[in-house]
Design a protein around this ligand. Structure first.
Ligand code: H2U
Ligand code: ZN
Length: 372
């Protein structure tokens, strides 16, 4: 299907199109090459703002934490609502309104050196438990309507501190991306009486070509409409709307898949793979959201090697976003990657960068490493 000619694909979650130009895969690159990140980090860094027992930039002290550690962001982008009185600014065509919220930081573990794929499944499970507890607590605040959990990983993504951590921004209004997804999911549910993402999952399991990895409760796939080169989408088997609704076995299965997927990512170019990832859960607006299926997006910027990243510029800023290799080619590449982390391989001696020049053909069998 259009595997060597330009076409545009529809994103059913956002209602937007992405331009796909597989014919452009061999484009020469003489532009920016990222500096590859340094080799190793210590388990504890006395200068890190996030390590246990250290003082933060705002002057507060971290406790000697042993598991996950969550705190109010010292440089929060959103400030709590002081009162319910609507505050608006209107001047002709110009308008603005107050936006209240809460920003939190969640450290994955005391270890300065261990990112998600290097943590154990039980430790990742506790990270998900922390995200879940934060969602419940923040979502219960009277003025909060959305809880956005995300991890921004790697210098290339603008991450300011290498100690593995995530952020939570809880907002008074539903942010733009979840708002688009709300509209699409509600629209589909009204017409078909079924959650959109569960039907996407059924169709993707049948097609197979965009599947990456999975287990009894979750599936990771490259969405048909993926925009970022190695973008993935994680969908649960059951219709769950928000993180706190996950059962223990489903949460553990998510931890398992997160470890395996991020290991594949690290193995792709044998570096700690940068990305922005995050959950999209239903709004915390006091409504039931039968249409909404909790899911995670991974948006990694790297394109063909550890040093060449995708830029969203030019036509993409002014026309529409696009990609070169197809989603099927990206999925095939990720399926080829091992689920044993390269640092755990017996022959691993140090950092070696492997590049990716010619994308593999899609594997029509959609072979998976385990059940999904
Ligand atoms: P990144 O995920 O983009 O690296 O951001 C780290 C966050 O941690 C950032 O929002 C916060 C920053 O405000 N932070 C603190 O709250 N206290 C600190 O001492 C350092 C960083
Ligand atoms: Zn640290």
């Amino acid at each position: 299907m259009f595997s060597d000619r330009s076409h545009r694909r529809f994103n059913v979650l956002t209602g937007e199109y992405v331009l796909v130009s597989p014919n452009r895969n061999q484009r020469p690159w003489q532009g920016l090459r990222e500096r590859t990140p340094e080799a190793g980090r210590p388990a504890y860094d006395p200068d890190c703002y996030l390590c246990p027992g250290n003082s933060r930039a705002g002057g507060l002290m971290n406790p000697p934490y042993e598991g996950t550690f969550a705190f109010d962001n010292d440089f929060a982008a959103l400030l709590p609502r002081l009162h319910r009185r609507p505050e608006r600014y209107e001047y002709g065509l110009l308008s603005a309104e107050a936006e209240g919220g809460v920003c939190r930081v969640v450290c994955f573990s005391p270890r300065h050196d261990l990112s998600l794929p290097e943590l154990g499944v039980a430790e990742i499970d506790s990270v998900i438990a922390a995200w879940s507890g934060e969602s419940t607590a923040l979502g219960a605040r009277e003025y909060i309507r959305y809880v956005q959990i995300f991890e921004n990983k790697g210098e290339i993504m603008g991450c300011s501190n290498p100690h593995p951590h995530s952020q939570i921004w809880a907002t008074e209004h539903i942010p733009t991306e979840p708002a688009k997804e709300l509209f699409s999911q509600q629209d589909y549910f009204q017409t078909h009486g079924r959650p959109l993402l569960l039907d996407v999952l059924i169709q993707e399991k049948t097609a197979g070509v965009r599947l990456v990895a999975g287990n009894e409760h979750w599936t990771a796939l490259v969405p048909f409409w993926a925009l970022w080169p190695f973008e993935t989408l994680l969908i649960p088997r059951r219709s769950v709307s928000r993180l706190p609704e996950l059962e223990a076995a489903e949460r553990l299965a998510l931890a398992d898949l997160l470890k395996r997927l991020t290991t594949r990512y690290d193995n792709l170019f044998e570096i700690s793979f940068p990305y922005s990832m995050g959950f999209h859960q239903a709004p915390f607006d006091g409504e039931e959201h039968p249409e909404w299926v909790l899911h995670l997006h991974f948006y990694p910027p790297l394109m063909r090697s550890a040093t060449v990243r995708k830029f969203m510029v030019g036509f993409e800023m002014l026309g529409m976003p696009g990609r070169d290799m197809t989603a099927e080619q990206a999925a095939a590449r990720l399926r080829e990657c091992s689920e044993v982390h390269y640092k755990q391989r017996q022959d691993y001696t140090g950092r070696s960068e492997c590049t990716f020049s010619s994308p593999a053909e899609p594997d029509s069998s959609g072979a998976m490493s385990s059940t999904c």
